[in-house]
Design a protein around this ligand. Structure first.
Ligand SMILES: Cc1cc2nc3c(=O)[nH]c(=O)nc-3n(C[C@H](O)[C@H](O)[C@H](O)COP(=O)(O)OP(=O)(O)OC[C@H]3O[C@@H](n4cnc5c(N)ncnc54)[C@H](O)[C@@H]3O)c2cc1C
Length: 406
């Protein structure tokens, strides 16, 4: 007979969002199971994921409460200021620029740069230390039943899991979302996001740069140290979005030619630059699930929403989902209530969907507004940028949004 595990919450997908939710709930002694189709240790390898996340000031407490932040293997580099400018490749930023400074809002930093693999090292170190958590990876789940009494799963590893609530955290293509018949709306930006790291001659001063270029935004994000053997002492990550055909041409360039293209887009602020390590690329799309819940099912992270990386907020939205859902579940369990009840799920959706839709709308509008080379529009947005720089309350409001504290 197959073994049955009884838990309060079963989470399918142990990516950064699902694994953090599992750690947050188990840290509060809520019995949980988390499973992933892929084995977890290789996710720590450099070859697995080249992304570097800008973890906002609002997300850090979520990782701290989950016991993940203190296990990060390197001290994350703080982003103390952000320079926003309109530009063109080969030219410096427009003089009508805008600088957000964290200190002006009384905060230490807008966020911290954390490599995807560092976050994974911390999650992999944390998950096995939680007695209330069972981890299954690699494993997939078949839903045997999901109804008023609870959820029953059969895992490919042979176990049976019974839970009060099922959480879908398997990313954009979420099979649980599809099986529940939850529809999505989406769009294709016809852009590719190229990511990686580069070394540079001049220090970044913990400043990030968001350059709005005609074919897509270019972001430089400060990192702590240049990797061993790099030709220059300072290092940053880049997230460079460009039209698909152009990005394919750029990705095919050798390191020296790619570095020249990076220099043309980073506004000449960092002196000489040289790409280090591998370049990574992701086709850019946006997606919104029409609802975030079904009977005894909640969607979190990219299973619920996907946005353009223009503002580096995708994972931060997922961590905000974790904070909202974990808070509701922990409170329900403490009060002896059902953590999978319909009214709790309705509160989760009300807390998260409008905020995620607003972020999706804002990132989409930014992408469309700044990705347009029409000269009068370019002049108007440069004036707009300069105006925001001079209206202190508006500037503070934007800064707090970027920090995830809006
Ligand atoms: C170029 C780029 C740059 C970005 N930069 C930033 C940034 O600076 N800041 C930021 O906040 N966000 C950023 N993002 C967004 C961020 O990468 C995503 O929002 C984040 O990875 C979503 O995490 P997740 O755990 O929800 O999903 P995923 O990372 O997709 O994880 C899903 C997990 O589910 C597992 N899985 C899949 N199918 C199954 C199944 N059937 N059964 C079991 N398990 C399954 C997978 O193996 C995986 O481990 C960026 C995105 C891109 C493309």
């Amino acid at each position: 007979m197959e073994k049955t595990l009884h838990v309060t919450v079963a989470i399918v997908g142990a990516g950064p969002v699902g694994a953090t939710l599992a750690a947050a709930l188990a840290a509060a002694d809520i019995p949980c199971a988390v499973l992933d189709a892929a084995p977890l240790p290789p996710m720590e390898l450099e070859a697995f994921d080249g992304r570097c996340y800008a973890i906002s000031a609002g997300s850090r407490p979520v990782l701290e409460a989950a016991g993940v932040w203190e296990r990060l293997p390197q001290t994350p580099c703080p982003i103390e200021s952000i320079l926003v400018a309109d530009g063109e490749p080969g030219r410096g930023p427009s003089p009508l620029d805008l600088t957000f400074r964290a200190a002006e809002t009384g905060q230490e930093a807008f966020g911290w740069m954390v490599e995807a693999r560092s976050l994974r090292v911390a999650l992999n170190a944390r998950l096995p230390r939680l007695p209330s958590l069972a981890v299954f990876a690699p494993a997939t789940a078949e839903v045997i039943s999901r109804g008023a009494d609870g959820v029953t799963l059969r895992l490919s590893s042979g176990e049976r899991v019974e839970a009060r609530l099922l959480v879908a955290a398997e990313g954009r293509r979420s099979p649980l979302r599809q099986a529940a018949g939850i529809r999505t709306t989406g769009l294709d930006y016809r852009q590719i996001g190229m990511v990686g790291a580069f070394a540079h001659e001049k220090p970044h001063g913990n400043r990030a740069l968001e350059m709005f270029l005609p074919n897509g935004p270019f972001a430089q994000l400060p990192l702590s140290d240049a990797p061993a053997g790099a030709p220059f002492p300072h290092a940053s990550a880049f997230v460079w979005s460009d039209r698909t055909a152009i990005a394919k041409r750029m990705l095919a360039l050798d390191d020296a030619a790619f570095s020249r293209e990076l220099a043309r887009r980073s506004g000449g602020l960092l002196g000489e630059v040289a790409v280090v390590g591998r370049r990574w690329s992701y086709p850019l799309t946006a997606m919104a699930a029409q609802v975030y819940t079904a009977e005894r099912l909640a969607l979190v992270g990219d299973a619920a929403h996907g946005i353009h990386p223009i503002a580096g907020q995708g994972l931060n939205l997922g961590f905000a989902d974790v904070a909202a859902l974990a808070g509701l579940i922990i409170k329900a369990v403490e009060q002896g209530h059902d953590p999978g009840a319909a009214h709790l799920l309705a509160r989760y959706q009300a807390a998260r969907r409008p905020a995620a839709m607003a972020m999706l709308g804002a990132t989409h509008a930014l992408e469309r507004l700044f990705g347009n080379g029409f000269p009068p529009l370019r002049a108007a947005r440069r004036l707009g940028i300069a105006a925001v720089d001079r209206i202190a309350p508006l500037k503070r409001a934007f800064a707090r949004q970027a920090m995830g504290l809006g």
